[in-house]
Design a protein around this ligand. Structure first.
Ligand code: ADP
Length: 396
C-alpha cells in the first residue's frame, strides 16, 4: 500500500487539507477539502482527486468546533473514507514565518515548535494558527511525523541591500528587515517555469501572486531578488483586507489624532483596509468586478495601479524584465485585473493580447512582445507535499 502525505493549511477560521498518495514518480491527489467557519457555523467539505464532492458535514450555528475539532473531523473522515491510519506517513504544514533561522523545510519537534512561537508577533494573522495545527496533530497523533514548510524560505536569496530598512542598525540586528512571503507559491512557479518559458527561467521574471494576500516576487535565474511583502505580511500591494505600503506617518497621525492604539491599528491595516476598505463593499474580487457601484470600480483600479507601480520597482531591482507571471485566485481568474495591470506595464515593452487574456492564456502577451506574460496556476500544497515526502520518505 502506498504512503499518504496529508498537507494542512491552517487559517484563523478554516483548516484546509489535501491528501496525497505516493505514486512513485509523482504525488497524486486522493482528496482535498476544508472545514470552514470553525467558530461560527462549521462546515466540512471534501472532494476526490477528480473534483467530485465525496464528503460533507455541517454543525449547528454557534458551535465552537475550533481547530482541534476540525483536525478530529478531517482525520476521522480520511480514515473511514479514504485510507487506513497506517498509510498516513506524514503531515506537512504551511508555516508563514521562519525568520532568519528556518531557511528550509524542517521536521518539527517540540523544541522547534516552541522556538517558532517567537515569530507570532511578525505574522499575527497566520503564525498562531499554523503552529496550533502542528500542536493539535502532535497531541492527537504523536507518532505521525510533521514537517513545517515556511513561506519565507524561498526569499533567503534576496541580497542584503534589498532586505534592509533605512533604520538604525540595532533594529536590523534584532531581525527588523524584509523577509518576503508567499514563498511556497513562488517556489512552485519556479519549479514549472523552465518547462514553460526556459528563457524567462534563466532571466528576469516577476511573479504576481494575487489572492486574498497579494505580492510580487522578482526572480533572476529563478532565485528571489526582491519581494513586495517585507517584515510582515501587510507591506507592498493592496490586498483583500490589508492596506499594503502605507506612509508610516499615517500610523503616527492615527495614534495622535484619532486615539488609536496598536491593536486598533492592527485591525485597521490587516482586516479593514485593501479592497474591502476602499470599496466599502467586499474584499472579494469577484463581487467587486460584478458590482455596478463606482466605489467597487475605484477599488479594482487602485488594486491594479498599485501592482503597476510596484512592478516598476521590481523591474528596477532586476535591471529589466523578460517575463511577468500571474498566479493565485485573482491572477489566474480575473482577466479584467490582468488587463489593467498589463496596460500599466506597457512602458516596459509588454504587448498585451486581449483575446488570449479572455481565454486565460497561458500566454497573454503578443507574439514578439519584449516582455512575455503568462498565467500559471500555483500549487502551494503540492510544494509542501514534495518537501514533506523528500524529508520523511527520502524521495524528491
Ligand atoms: P487565498 O489567498 O485565500 O488563497 P485565493 O488565491 O483563493 O486566496 O484568491 C481569492 C481571490 O481570488 C478572491 O478575491 C476571489 O474573488 C478571487 N477570484 C477567484 N476566482 C475568481 C474569478 N473567477 N474572477 C475574479 N476573481 C476571482
Amino acid at each position: 500500500m502506498s504512503d499518504v502525505v496529508v498537507v494542512l493549511n491552517a487559517g484563523s477560521s478554516s483548516l484546509k487539507f489535501t491528501l496525497y498518495e505516493d505514486r512513485g514518480e509523482a504525488l497524486g491527489v486522493l482528496a482535498d477539502g476544508q472545514v470552514e467557519g470553525l467558530f461560527t457555523e462549521p462546515r466540512f467539505k471534501a472532494k476526490d482527486g477528480a473534483g467530485k464532492l465525496v464528503g460533507e458535514r455541517t454543525w449547528r450555528a454557534g458551535m465552537q468546533l475550533g481547530q482541534e475539532g476540525a483536525v478530529e473531523a478531517i482525520f476521522s473522515w480520511c480514515r473511514s473514507e479514504v485510507c487506513s491510519a497506517d498509510r498516513i506517513r506524514a503531515v506537512g504544514h504551511r508555516v508563514v514565518h521562519g525568520g532568519l533561522e528556518y531557511t528550509k523545510p524542517i521536521v518539527v519537534n517540540r523544541e522547534i515548535l516552541d522556538d517558532l512561537e517567537k515569530y507570532v508577533p511578525l505574522a499575527p494573522l497566520h503564525q498562531p494558527h499554523n503552529l496550533a495545527a502542528i500542536r493539535n496533530i502532535a497531541r492527537r497523533f504523536p507518532d505521525i511525523p510533521q514537517v513545517a514548510c515556511f513561506d519565507t524560505s524561498f526569499h533567503t536569496t534576496i541580497p542584503s541591500i534589498a532586505q534592509a530598512f533605512a533604520l538604525p542598525r540595532t533594529y536590523a540586528e534584532r531581525g527588523v528587515r524584509r523577509y518576503g512571503f508567499h514563498g511556497l507559491s513562488y517556489e512552485y512557479i519556479a519549479s514549472v517555469l523552465p518547462g514553460i518559458d526556459p528563457e524567462a527561467a534563466m532571466g528576469r521574471t516577476v511573479v504576481a501572486h494575487l489572492g486574498n494576500g497579494a505580492s510580487l516576487c522578482a526572480m533572476r535565474g529563478l532565485r528571489s531578488q526582491a519581494c513586495t511583502l517585507g517584515f510582515t505580511a501587510v507591506d507592498g500591494l493592496m490586498m483583500g483586507t490589508r492596506c499594503g505600503t502605507l506612509d508610516p506617518g499615517v500610523m503616527l497621525y492615527l495614534m495622535d489624532e484619532c486615539g488609536m492604539g496598536p491593536r486598533d491599528l492592527e485591525t485597521l491595516i490587516y482586516k479593514e483596509s485593501g479592497l474591502l476598505g476602499v470599496s466599502g463593499i467586499s474584499s472579494d474580487m469577484r463581487t467587486l468586478l460584478a458590482s455596478p457601484d463606482p466605489r467597487a470600480a475605484e477599488a479594482v483600479e487602485l488594486f491594479a495601479y498599485r501592482i503597476g507601480r510596484e512592478l516598476g520597482s521590481m523591474a528596477a531591482a532586476l535591471g529589466g524584465l523578460d517575463a511577468l507571471v500571474f498566479t493565485a485566485g485573482i491572477g489566474e481568474n480575473a482577466a479584467p485585473v490582468r488587463e489593467r495591470v498589463c496596460r500599466y506595464a506597457a512602458w516596459l515593452g509588454l504587448e498585451f493580447d486581449e483575446k488570449a487574456n479572455e481565454t486565460g492564456g497561458p500566454r497573454i502577451s503578443r507574439e514578439g512582445s519584449r516582455v512575455r506574460v503568462w498565467v500559471i496556476p500555483t500549487d502551494e500544497e503540492l510544494m509542501i507535499a514534495r518537501h514533506t515526502r523528500r524529508l520523511l520518505i527520502g524521495l524528491g
